[in-house]
Write a protein that binds this ligand. Structure first.
Ligand SMILES: *[C@@H]1O[C@H](CO)[C@@H](O)[C@H](O)[C@H]1NC(C)=O
Ligand SMILES: *[C@@H]1O[C@H](CO)[C@@H](O)[C@H](O)[C@H]1NC(C)=O
Ligand SMILES: *[C@@H]1O[C@H](CO)[C@@H](O)[C@H](O)[C@H]1NC(C)=O
Ligand SMILES: *[C@@H]1O[C@H](CO)[C@@H](O)[C@H](O)[C@H]1NC(C)=O
Ligand SMILES: *[C@@H]1O[C@H](CO)[C@@H](O)[C@H](O)[C@H]1NC(C)=O
Ligand SMILES: *[C@@H]1O[C@H](CO)[C@@H](O)[C@H](O)[C@H]1NC(C)=O
Length: 468
């Protein structure tokens, strides 16, 4: 959930530790002499290729470039998305911006009765109210002016998911006829979201375009499944799984990572000085910088400048600062989720339970054990996408910080010979794996091989393994 949380980062300590390589995970598929992707490689050699990458908007899959797998039929699609464009979580000490979210006000109502007629309370409209006095009387650095909460989906974010839903309709309804043009049975679609507004609103927007023109009759409602926060599996849930903190401590405490932070110290302190922020979150991680800078850039807001005694100076964040923050943030996550010797075990507890959900849904379908929906949507966060990518050992280019509205399509195909294969399309292209870890061709990965790879990533006893 982009856990830019001081509590989370407070667990990071600076002691270097030497981690033993996991016996289960993170092994190379073959001996390799390449050095560009090993965990102890100097950061300068990472060479993230960010040509064509934009944090502000993920590429969409498109019916033009989409081609069905030859001699096979599509049986199931699971879509995992990051929410769309959102406001920052970082309100600056000299915050002087206005953010508007007027287009994402949600109408809601409650049922008065469970029995037909399911009379309702009548509808309500959600409005974020930020009182005018807020900018004057001391709470001003808690929020900005306008109509957005922190971390809320913006009008742009809503449009991104409406567009994405339309692209999926082009592919799965118009082009392949995999899905019916109208949704007559709402149980044929499964929708799960984290409990947070921006992910709910993103999923609603996407499904609103996949199936446009649906009415507001409660009988036609698509169930919107949400796990209680305490057991959410779609992000690193440190409250449910305290062991995650210990992995983070070891990874962030490693000599490689500490050296990285030391090298980045001058840039971090220049940017934090301009922003006027301080504290351990601003020295221990790039996450806060990504959060503070990228949303502003995506909205073409003026980049923040240093204030001295309440007066703005000419010492401002540059475009290059934003770019370096994104790249260094991407390195940080790549190292944490993919490249440290403990990353595999960490991913097993961070995202393994969710991977089990995807696997089990496929299994139910293939084995005929249960009627599985043809189309599932999981609406979640950058860290959801990044941990899945890290777990699968995606290429450097695909490990760049997941852009807004990032979309992963897990397609289950049945070949004419009866065998099932999985295809993974990430932001419009076949997901590429890291050099040296090409454990499958994800344009058509045999299901057995896919399951075997996932097996090591799925906790066998999550409660025991998460305990400290
Ligand atoms: C790396 O390994 C390949 C094949 O094993 C070999 O052809 C190549 O020369 C090696 N490169 C270096 C730089 O050692
Ligand atoms: C599909 O099946 C046909 C007929 O069996 C065969 O001629 C063709 O080569 C197959 N295409 C691919 C891409 O496997
Ligand atoms: C705040 O923004 C307004 C409008 O852009 C501008 O006129 C004003 O100078 C800004 N104040 C500060 C302290 O940056
Ligand atoms: C539902 O609303 C109708 C019309 O107002 C009313 O007659 C009926 O008693 C309500 N039903 C229940 C169970 O409240
Ligand atoms: C800022 O204000 C303080 C206290 O009023 C003063 O000592 C300092 O010189 C001021 N700094 C600048 C750059 O004006
Ligand atoms: C991180 O930022 C520095 C500038 O401080 C830059 O030289 C370096 O290339 C960046 N790291 C990555 C992985 O892009």
């Amino acid at each position: 959930m982009h856990l830019f949380s001081p509590i989370f980062l407070a667990s990071i300590y600076a002691a270097a530790s030497t981690a033993a390589a996991s016996p289960l995970l993170g092994q190379r598929d073959s001996p390799s002499n390449e050095t560009s992707t090993t965990y102890n490689t100097p950061v300068s050699q990472y060479n993230f290729n960010d040509a064509g990458y934009t944090y502000c908007q993920a590429n969409y899959p498109s019916s033009k470039s989409y081609s069905p797998l030859p001699n096979a039929s599509l049986e199931m699609v699971q879509v995992v998305v990051r929410h769309g464009d959102r406001t920052s979580y970082t309100v600056l000490p000299n915050e002087n911006e206005t953010w508007t979210c007027d287009g994402v006000e949600e109408d809601t109502y409650l049922h008065e009765t469970d029995k037909p007629p399911r009379n309702t309370t009548g509808s309500f409209k959600q409005v974020i109210e930020i009182p005018k006095w807020n900018s004057k009387y001391g709470f001003s650095n808690k929020v900005w002016a306008g109509s957005c909460d922190i971390g809320e989906l913006t009008d742009i974010g809503k449009s991104q998911h409406r567009k994405l839903g339309g692209q999926l309709r082009d592919i799965y309804v118009r082009k392949t006829h995999f899905l019916p043009p109208t949704l007559t049975d709402t149980s044929s679609v499964y929708f799960r979201t984290t409990h947070i507004w921006r992910t709910k609103n993103s999923g609603e927007s996407l499904l609103g375009s996949l199936y446009p023109g649906r009415n507001t009759d409660s009988n036609d409602a698509i169930p919107m499944h949400t796990y209680p926060e305490s057991i959410e599996t779609m992000y690193e849930n440190t409250a449910a799984c305290p062991k995650l903190n210990s992995y983070v401590s070891q990874i962030y405490g490693s000599a490689t990572f500490q050296q990285f932070l030391k090298d980045q110290g001058p840039l971090m302190s220049r940017i934090s000085g301009i922003l006027g922020v301080s504290g351990s979150v601003w020295t221990a991680s790039w996450s806060g910088y990504v959060d503070a800078l990228l949303p502003r850039k995506c909205h073409a807001k003026p980049l923040p400048c240093r204030s001295v005694n309440g007066t703005k100076t000419d010492d401002c964040i540059t475009e290059d600062d934003v770019k370096q923050a994104m790249r260094n943030g991407s390195f940080e996550w790549t190292y944490k989720f993919r490249d440290h010797p403990l990353s595999g075990e960490y991913m097993r507890l961070a995202i393994g339970s969710f991977l089990a959900t995807l696997r089990d849904q496929i299994h139910d379908h293939v084995s005929g054990a249960a009627k599985a929906p043809k189309f599932s949507l999981y609406s979640a966060h950058d860290s959801t996408v990044a941990t899945i990518l890290g777990a699968l050992k995606a290429s450097n280019a695909d490990m760049l910080w997941p852009p807004y509205a990032s979309n992963m399509l897990f397609e289950l195909w049945k070949k004419n010979d009866g065998n099932h294969v999985v295809r993974i399309i990430y932001n419009g292209h076949i997901l590429q794996l890291q050099d040296g870890f090409k454990w499958c061709d994800l344009s058509s990965c045999p299901l057995d091989k896919f399951n075997k790879y996932l097996e090591a990533l799925i906790p066998t006893d999550v409660a025991a393994q998460c305990a400290i």
